[in-house]
Design a protein around this ligand. Structure first.
Ligand SMILES: Cc1ncc(COP(=O)(O)O)c(C=O)c1O
Length: 321
């Protein structure tokens, strides 16, 4: 199988035993998959997706990468940097008016040379259509856009995490660990879709559980399944079925808003393991991980740290993320 790819991430990312967290939670064995350390800017999980999205864009002869997200979007900032390293333009759509205070990911995207477009739509859920409209506009002007939905959630974007499932399998085998439960944050669904595709396709037996941070569980599970099947098909792997997609509703008070449990989760991760978790994704996923362990989830369990450094720091500094 040879799919277009450009190297961005430093792989494999570490798989580390979290013994202090085990003691704090009175559970274990617990491992952390450190995709906050993918090593391309502060892209976290999005570095793996962008290896294949930018690879496909280059392969198609595109000259402009078009993406969209909220101002807190890690994907948008990472896309801007990834486009830049292959000499491609990047146009990013954000909802609403330009921000009155700087947000780290918007500033990163700007610093990487992306063209930022505010105000095309009012809300996040209108962005995917707006990206397609913007791509048509660019095409009419003679440009060659490669447009992706929010989070880069396509079958191609999932390829990186299908391979990450194999990476985890190899690390578990080397460490003689038989992982049973894998928990991660799910936003647009592309990361979980890739992981499910790779888990099933490469014959792994752990259960992947997504903490849905912004959408109800049922539609999210349907979306993850659709993406996972398309991702598996493009790799020639066996396609997953519905009962292999496990999504839990972890929205709590809302996207980017923390519950008391989420604050405890961030504190535990930082105090015991030196892990920085953000309010949008990591803290909610850790709350689910803790709740699952308390309820007797099978171990060894892996918490997949997906990054979110910019938002985590912004919150600590009391600014906008
Ligand atoms: C830090 C972090 N974790 C998890 C996710 C969720 O990934 P996905 O959108 O592929 O579901 C994102 C998405 O932007 C993210 O930035």
């Amino acid at each position: 199988m040879s799919l277009p790819r450009i190297e961005l991430a430093l792989l494999p990312t570490p798989l580390v035993r979290a013994t202090r967290l085990e003691r704090a939670l009175d559970a274990g064995p617990i491992f952390i998959k450190r995709d906050d350390l993918t090593g391309f800017g502060i892209a976290g999980n999005k570095a793996r997706a962008l290896e294949f999205l930018i690879g496909a864009a280059v392969d198609e002869g595109a000259d402009t990468f078009v993406a969209a997200g909220s101002p807190s979007s890690n994907f948008c900032a990472a896309a801007a940097m990834a486009a830049r390293v292959v000499g491609m333009d990047c146009e990013l759509l954000f909802p609403g008016a330009p921000l009155s205070a700087p947000a780290p990911n918007v500033e990163l995207a700007r610093a990487a040379g992306a063209h930022l477009l505010f105000g095309a739509v009012e809300t996040r859920d209108q962005l995917d259509d707006a990206v397609l409209e913007h791509a048509s506009l660019l095409r009419a002007r003679g440009r060659r856009p490669y447009a992706v939905p929010r989070g880069g959630a396509t079958a191609t974007g999932g390829l990186g995490y299908a391979l990450a499932a194999r990476e985890l399998a190899e690390q578990c085998q080397a460490a003689d660990v038989s992982a049973r439960t894998v928990v991660l944050a799910t936003g647009s669904g592309g990361t979980q879709a890739g992981l499910v595709a790779g888990t099933v396709g490469f014959g792994q037996r752990w259960r992947v559980v997504g903490a849905s941070v912004s959408r109800p569980a049922q539609p999210m599970a349907e979306r993850v399944l659709r993406l996972a099947r398309a991702c598996a098909a493009s790799m020639g792997l066996d396609e997953p079925c519905g009962d292999q997609v496990d999504v839990r509703d972890c929205r709590g008070p809302g996207f980017g808003l923390t519950s008391d449990e989420d604050r405890v989760s961030s504190h535990l991760a930082l105090a015991h393991e030196g892990l920085l978790l953000d309010d949008y994704y990591g803290a909610k996923a850790m709350s689910l991980f803790r709740a699952m362990l308390t309820a007797g989830a099978e171990t060894p369990a892996v918490f997949w740290h997906t990054g979110g450094v910019a938002a985590a720091l912004a919150v600590l500094m009391g600014g906008s993320s």
